[in-house]
Design a protein around this ligand. Structure first.
Ligand SMILES: Cc1ncc(COP(=O)(O)O)c(C=O)c1O
Length: 435
């Protein structure tokens, strides 16, 4: 086992050259640290700002300043139909048909709206299968939904836990749980990519198993959209939603995407919480009673479009559309694979120093089961390591009690940054060893 990181420096350079066409680093604003770009590995939390964002947001501010209310119909992109500019690129991003997607609201709001339609429990089939360690907002959403229907979370929520000693959930365990509880499950509701471990669930197999038993299947794609390629239509997922401020770089608190499979969108009789923006476009301004749902995912809209967050999203989607998810995924696998190699070298170095292996990777080693993110379990000294990395200009993310998450993002991160991250990490461990 090679102990030195040095030999990886040349590899990093050659990989950066190899994947140069899949990088748009020059099109992003890079936060600075001591006069040079920070090593920004938190695109899984808040993506960086594309340089074209200001221009598109400013265009809408200008239209508003110059046209006032007339901007709804006479702006350069009339606000009345602004959300439609996002549809095609969004459909390509998640492998959907254009009438299966809409951009609106925020993620947790959309999750609730979708649950109103798709969680329709009966006294026999009322359970929801979810991860034991799902993102808290999803836990709260599901808890409140099952209570709303008169059930108790303790009984109605079935949790998937990792096998002891592991952090990830085995696909076979998920499929077996679905089979074993097929008579009581109303809904399977999982992440696409798990926020804590970075595990990418086998969405296709989970959707197929659920559909076999007539169980509705939905995904929270907060950590999957813009990170991994998906085919939501072909996989026959019932519904999904995601935020746009992580891998999709559309700004803090940005808008959210929704997918509803074709077989549902045309059924305008499906129960839902309705608002005027989901009502037939031809009749919307007649201001009459009697909701008539648009027979596409737009039929779930409540309110008129949030133009400024959507302008930021439109700017950011340009880069995904230009490169395509397949090319980004190819670079992402190489980039994150390289990060694994760097971490293995750092661990080997630490063992040689008598420190044991300080870092345990809790993200799956199999590239097919992860996206860009790696979660590093660093017992005892994790917080100190994280602080030393921050002092060196590595922007990572800390999760109590002992996990550092890093996500090298193919659009704007480089192999050279991954190499330098390894150098900083080794330096931090060396300082801690010396006391
Ligand atoms: C997996 C997951 N679900 C839900 C949310 C909540 O998102 P929002 O605040 O946009 O509703 C987040 C936020 O980070 C998340 O990571």
């Amino acid at each position: 086992m090679l102990l030195s990181l040095d030999s990886l420096s040349d590899r990093a350079d050659s990989l950066d050259r190899q994947f140069a066409t899949s990088s748009r680093r020059d099109n992003f604003h890079l936060p600075q640290h001591n006069g040079r770009p920070a090593i920004y590995f938190t695109g899984n939390s808040l993506g960086l700002q594309p340089k074209n964002t200001q221009e598109l947001v400013l265009e809408e501010l200008e239209d508003w300043a110059q046209l006032g209310v007339e901007g709804h119909f006479h702006g350069r992109r009339p606000w009345f139909a602004y959300h439609k500019h996002l549809t095609e690129a969004t459909a390509r991003l998640v492998g959907a048909l254009p009438h299966e997607v809409v951009v609106m609201n925020n993620l947790t709001v959309n999750l609730h709206l979708l649950l109103v339609t798709f969680y329709r429990p009966s006294s026999a089939k009322y359970r929801v299968l979810m991860e034991a360690s799902a993102f808290p907002s999803d836990q709260y959403a599901i808890e409140s939904q099952v209570r709303w229907h008169g059930f108790t979370p303790e009984d109605a929520i079935l949790e998937l836990s990792p096998v002891p000693g592991s952090y990830t959930v085995d696909t076979e365990d998920i499929l077996r749980t679905i089979r074993d509880h097929r008579n009581s499950l109303a809904l399977v509701m999982l992440s696409g990519v798990q926020y804590y471990t970075g595990q990418w669930f086998d969405m296709q197999a989970i959707a197929a198993e659920s559909r076999k038993y007539g169980i509705v299947v939905g995904f929270d794609l907060a950590h999957a959209a813009g990170n991994v390629p998906m085919q939501l239509h072909d996989w026959e997922v019932d519904f999904a939603c995601w935020c746009t401020y992580k891998y999709l770089n559309s700004g803090p608190g940005g808008t959210s995407g929704v997918f509803i499979h074709e077989r549902h969108v045309q059924d305008t009789s499906l129960p839902r919480f309705a608002g005027w923006w989901g009502h037939s476009e031809e009749e919307r301004f007649k201001m009459q009673k009697g909701f008539k749902a648009i027979p596409t995912a737009e039929g779930w809209q409540l309110s008129n479009a949030q133009i400024l967050p959507m302008a930021a999203h439109l700017a950011a989607l340009k880069w995904f559309d230009e490169l395509g998810m397949e090319a980004l995924r190819a670079k992402s696998m190489a980039l994150t694979g390289f990060a694994v190699e760097v971490l293995q070298r750092v661990n080997a170095w630490a063992v040689a120093q008598g420190m044991g292996e300080p870092i345990r990777l809790i993200t799956p080693l199999d590239p097919a089961q992860r996206g860009a993110q790696l979660s590093l379990l660093v017992p005892d000294i994790g917080r100190r390591v994280f602080e030393k990395l921050s002092a060196e200009g590595v922007v990572a993310d800390w999760r109590e009690p002992d996990v550092i998450r890093v996500a090298p993002v193919p659009l704007y991160n480089t192999f050279e940054e991954v190499y330098r991250f390894g150098v900083c990490l080794q330096g931090a461990l060396e300082q801690i060893r010396k006391g």
